[in-house]
Design a protein around this ligand. Structure first.
Ligand code: BES
Ligand code: ZN
Length: 629
């Protein structure tokens, strides 16, 4: 009895000690921050925790100006804190609530990265106020004149911070391994609406001053702002769409399923933790299909096809609310943790909503995309490892189908090895256990070993983690739904029609439009066309399908690539218009690259680019300038 009591007493005494220890361990884990080669900041010495942003958006001078007030944790009681800066004009920096002016210097400027902003602080400093103005060349900002918008009357501004462009519009510690909450006050012309990656207003107010709050800690690449003649319409209680007035109704129709998508996602991997989930439809120069800014996914208007055929982009951006925004890649060398997980999650949502066949067909496209990427990069290239090393290069170069599709197939292969049920439980636990944290590839692998593989050598052999993560190309154990989709009548039929057509043996061409109807079926068919295509045969198909006149950007990309390759000049005008109107990087760069393969094509590409460049976002034109100028 006595002994037991002592034991209990000792245990009670032990609890606070253990708690202190565990806090210590947590702190240590946090201070064992992974080195980020794409940020100058030193978070293990002094790190930001909260931002109060107060800015004015001026369309005349095309400048954002104001102040960024940072709450910091000066962990090492240092006399210096380092921020990332790209071309900002900083006028003054002060310390503390009393705003005592301090001094600052810049380190050496590096290509892509900008320069370190070194601010003198004291060991006690908790608050830093940086007064600044953005540069006209800020790589995150696109200032649109009215002509470049749908309404044609008012200007528009939007940001794109991922990967390392946040530093061009806010002085920040621009690493995905560093998280902070934020509040913002944004002043804009009083007939425009401002929106951010935060809790948002639904209507304009007469002052033009808007307040924002992001209560969850996010990394800097998720800072976002858009300003324009924008209106809102709810889809259901927690989802809705923002767009220019003339686009809004079409957008609401197109994305009517977004509430269902959020429900499906929650059923898979746990609660949606961000409050509302809304979309902002941007003008066509938006450089991506979509960008997962928290609370407010930014999307290109080019996915409004009229038939809801391109909405899987929404599944993708929504999935980032778990993979990416909740659990974040620690550095851009771990980018597959963001995009590979998201592609996996995206296809699971689509399977719930559109059925297995749709998901399997996407997988089929994905496999081809991965094989093409490996072919292009070389099957021994280190850039085809999941864990990449983009030190000294722009991390945007790593945004390719290795991260997206090799990442996807790695997870798909684990799913196949352990079974879906187990894998889902594992993923759910992974998201919950790392919520609002950043994770490196190595940390993920340790978690995988501890929680799923658990030393089971059969599983180890089945999965071959090292071959996927630290090896090139596509490992031979890749799992996929080996053409199950093709056994279904529809796609097997199209496969057959394509092979007969490719041999020029299709007698009754009316079967083409009878059997190949939906956008996905058309895209599938175009992908099966033989490399021995000719311009004349493209004209034959165009008579049936009018692919050249398609408004589905996936079909346009696939068809225009063939048109350029096979000199099908009847599509020239459409291609030119497409390249001038549309700034979606990954849908226009492949076309320019296809063009420049011949001398005449190069000449034409230069002519078109001259007209198109002024419409593009800095991110887009900086990428194209590299191979065409
Ligand atoms: N986060 C990416 C966009 C991105 C990646 C911006 C890297 C900057 C650097 C976004 O989630 C994305 O993947 N967009 C795709 C969607 C597609 C895969 C469904 C796009 O824009 O095409
Ligand atoms: Zn993504």
């Amino acid at each position: 009895m006595f002994k037991k009591a002592v034991l209990i007493k000792n245990l009670i005494l032990l609890i606070p000690i253990l708690m202190i220890l565990s806090c210590k361990q947590k702190e240590q884990a946090a201070s064992q921050l992974v080195e980020d080669p794409h940020s100058f900041s030193k978070p293990s010495i002094a790190v930001v925790e909260h931002l109060d942003l107060d800015i004015k958006v001026d369309f005349e001078s095309q400048q954002i100006s104001g102040k960024a007030v940072w709450k910091i944790n000066n962990k090492a009681k240092s006399n210096e804190i380092i921020f990332d800066d790209s071309q900002l004009n900083i006028s003054k920096i002060t310390l503390g609530a009393e705003e005592k002016e301090t001094t600052f210097t810049y380190g050496e400027e590096k290509e892509f990265l900008g320069r370190p902003l070194k601010v003198v602080i004291t060991p006690e400093t908790k608050l830093i106020t940086i007064y600044y103005t953005t540069n006209a060349q800020a790589s995150a900002l696109q200032w649109l004149n009215p002509h470049q918008t749908a309404g044609k009357k008012r200007p528009y501004l939007f940001t794109q911070s991922e990967s390392i462009a946040a530093r061009s519009w806010i002085p920040c510690q621009d690493s995905p391994g560093i998280r902070f909450t934020y509040n913002a006050t944004v002043s804009v012309p009083n007939d425009l609406l401002a929106l951010m990656s935060a809790e948002n207003p639904e209507v304009k107010n007469s002052t033009g001053i808007y307040h924002f709050k992001q209560v969850h800690p996010i990394p800097s690449y998720l800072l976002a702002l858009a300003v324009g003649d924008i209106e809102f319409k709810a889809v259901d209680e927690r989802t809705g769409v923002y767009a220019e007035p003339s686009v809004l109704a079409k957008a609401v129709y197109e994305f009517a399923d977004m509430g269902k998508m959020v429900n499906a996602a929650e059923k898979l991997y746990g609660p949606y933790r961000w409050g509302r989930y809304d979309l902002l439809v941007l003008p066509p120069s938006f450089p991506f299909g979509g960008m997962e800014n928290p609370n407010l996914t930014f999307i290109t208007p080019t996915i409004i096809a009229g038939d809801r055929s391109l909405v899987s982009i929404i599944s993708h951006e929504l999935a980032h609310s778990w993979s990416g925004n909740l659990v974040t890649n620690a550095t851009w060398n771990d980018f597959w943790l963001n995009e590979g997980f998201t592609n996996y999650f995206e296809r699971r949502i689509d399977e719930e909503i559109f059925g297995k066949q749709e998901a399997e067909m996407q997988e089929e496209f994905a496999k081809k995309a991965l094989e093409d990427a490996v072919k292009e990069m070389g099957d021994t290239s280190k850039d085809t490892y999941l864990k990449t090393d983009y030190t000294g290069r722009n991390p945007d170069e790593g945004t390719n189908d290795i991260a997206y599709e090799k990442g996807y197939f790695f997870l798909r292969t684990i799913e196949e090895a352990v079974g879906r049920e187990k894998f889902d439980t594992f993923l759910r636990g992974y998201f919950d256990g790392h919520a609002f944290q950043s994770v490196s590839t190595e940390q993920f692998l340790a978690y995988l070993n501890e929680n799923l593989i658990k030393g089971n050598s059969d599983l180890e052999k089945k999965i071959r983690v090292n071959d996927w993560v630290y090896g090139p190309g596509v490992p031979s154990n890749i799992a996929y739904s080996k053409g199950l989709w093709a056994k279904d009548g529809k796609f097997a039929k199209i496969d057959h029609i394509a092979s007969v057509w490719n041999k020029n043996e299709l007698k009754d061409t009316s079967v083409l439009t009878k059997e190949i109807v939906t956008s996905n079926e058309k895209k599938f068919f175009i992908n099966l066309l033989s490399p021995e295509m000719t311009a004349k045969r493209m004209a034959d198909l165009d008579r049936q399908f009018n692919f050249t006149g398609s408004n589905n950007t996936d079909i346009q990309l696939a068809w225009y690539t063939l048109a350029i390759r096979h000199q099908y000049t009847a599509a020239n005008k459409r291609i030119e218009d497409y390249l001038i109107e549309n700034g979606r990087m990954w849908h226009i760069i492949p076309l320019y690259k296809e063009m420049i393969k011949t001398p005449e094509g190069l000449k034409r590409a230069k002519e078109i680019y001259k007209k198109a460049r002024p419409n593009y976002h800095p991110m887009t034109y900086l990428a194209i300038d590299k191979f065409l100028k």
